[in-house]
Design a binder for this molecule. Structure first.
Ligand code: NI
Length: 262
């Protein structure tokens, strides 16, 4: 059977401090072939680069989350630029995308204007570097779409991480060539809207992701999440789309390789 690709993880989180190595080395046995680390802050970015260096099956993203966007104007942007300066340097650093970047109006840690400006700058860097983006959008669906449209998202490509929007919004992103990141939330009983999004989207445009240690799927909801749980997400997609789980795994893994250039 094809191995699963986890397209969005946070294995530098302190929740993994006691058993990180053991857990990561055991993933293959649990059906996980490749893991992509998401960067939110300067320290995550450095941790992701180190993990990618240490493990052959780990790749990383480079970017600043909207909550951490102040770091971008504090030397962060120049550092990002240096990491993606050429295709050779990108390959050496094992960077698959600029992310996670976007807008978060739920916590509103930083003012809207600052979030939008930082988001825009990182979208432009992705375009310049020829990398896709991994998008974080929370309670900011309209602004996220508008900024991305203004920055010509269709020329950049990427994944909407933990997609939580409407069916209509999913169609906008799909029409622009984007992929939808589907994780544990799709297994929750009350996730009617997301289940409908999955039913209507072509499986050729879905990728699997945990966002671990967060958002563990049923039957492990509330516990620490890890990539091994993606089997439950794949099973839910298979049932929603009435197709064999092996096909869901094979196709979503092909999609992940295509979008990240693995
Ligand atoms: Ni994340």
């Amino acid at each position: 059977m094809e191995l699963i690709i986890d397209t969005h993880t946070h294995y530098d989180d302190e929740q993994f401090d006691n058993d990180r190595k053991e857990l990561l080395c055991g993933l293959k046995e649990r059906g996980i072939g490749t893991v992509i680390h998401a960067s939110a802050s300067m320290s995550n970015l450095k941790a992701g680069l180190a993990l990618a260096k240490e493990y052959d099956f780990i790749y990383t993203m480079a970017g600043f989350h909207p909550d951490e966007i102040a770091e971008l104007s504090n030397g962060g942007y120049e550092y990002l630029e240096s990491l993606v300066a050429s295709p050779e340097i990108i390959k050496e650093n094992k960077i698959g995308a600029i992310g996670e970047i976007g807008l978060d109006y739920h916590w509103m840690v930083r003012p809207k204007e600052e979030q939008i400006e930082g988001f825009r700058k990182q979208m432009r860097l992705a375009k310049k570097a020829g990398l896709p983006v991994n998008i974080h959008s929370r309670d900011a669906a309209e602004d996220t779409w508008n900024v991305m449209k203004e920055e010509h998202l269709e020329e950049i490509g990427g994944i909407i991480h933990c997609f939580s929007g409407s069916v209509e919004m999913s169609k906008n992103y799909l029409a622009a060539g984007f992929y939808l990141g589907i994780g544990g939330v799709v297994t929750f009983k009350n996730s009617k809207k997301l289940k409908q999004v999955v039913i209507e989207a072509p499986v050729e445009r879905l990728v699997l992701e945990t966002d671990c240690p967060y958002l563990a799927p049923e039957p492990n909801r509330g516990k620490r999440n890890d990539s091994g749980n993606l089997i439950y997400v794949a099973a839910e997609i298979a049932s929603l789309k009435d197709m064999p789980i092996d096909d869901v795994i094979r196709i979503t893994s092909e999609n992940a390789r295509r979008v990240y250039g693995l």
